[in-house]
Design a binder for this molecule. Structure first.
Ligand code: 4NP
Length: 196
């Protein structure tokens, strides 16, 4: 179920994405702002940030996105990613560089797309919207083919073994083609207001 490619190899959709990126550049559409959210912002969402950054770089469309991550709880503010997650990502050639921060109400209006890992994240993120539109808050699993056996939530690997970190990375990598295609395919920046 993993979307692992040999390092340096371009993903299948790269050329199509580059064409869309050129069109959006020509129309002066601003880069899309994407935020990944989990509970602690030290395992799943920093990994999602790193996996997405790696994917768009390999596709050659990294200039079209701005990427960040945040947590719904503040236990680990200021910390780098959990060393177990950093090590698992590094084995795939992906460096995790973010520092944990708390999700804020401002994030809801700042980002074009907010990708949450599980239902608790979803509920806690929506609670910060205070009635503002939330169509741009999406579960990571919405970008996966669940008929392939993926779960609806990205499981929290924090209290488990090494295989949990590998599974999270597999799941994140598998979601990247659809997530990136949908994001860059939007003709407007705000999710839920798009025409394409
Ligand atoms: P994350 O994992 O939400 O994927 O960053 C967790 C990290 C820390 C804790 C729980 C989950 N914690 O309880 O400290």
């Amino acid at each position: 179920m993993s979307d692992q490619l040999p390092e340096g190899q371009q993903p299948q959709d790269a050329e199509k994405l580059q064409e869309v990126a050129r069109e959006q550049d020509a129309k002066k559409i601003a880069p899309k702002r994407v935020l990944f959210v989990c509970l602690g912002n030290i395992c799943r969402s920093p990994a999602a940030e790193g996996v997405f950054a790696d994917y768009v770089r390999r596709c050659g469309v990294e200039d079209r996105v701005l990427i960040d991550s945040a947590g719904t709880a503040g236990y680990h503010i200021g910390k780098r990613a959990d060393p177990r997650m950093s090590a698992a990502a590094a084995r795939r050639g992906i460096e995790l560089t973010s520092e944990a921060r708390l999700l804020s109400s401002r994030d809801l209006s700042h980002f074009d797309l907010i990708v949450v890992m599980d239902r608790d994240n979803y509920r806690n993120t929506l609670a910060l919207a205070h009635g503002a539109p939330t169509g741009h808050v999406r579960m990571l699993s919405e970008f996966l083919d669940l008929s392939e056996g993926w779960p609806q939530e990205v499981p929290d690997p924090y209290y488990g073994g090494e295989e949990g970190f590998e599974f999270v990375l597999n799941m994140l990598q598998a979601a990247m083609p659809r997530l990136t295609g949908e994001l860059l395919g939007k003709s407007t920046n705000r999710w839920g207001q798009s025409s394409s």
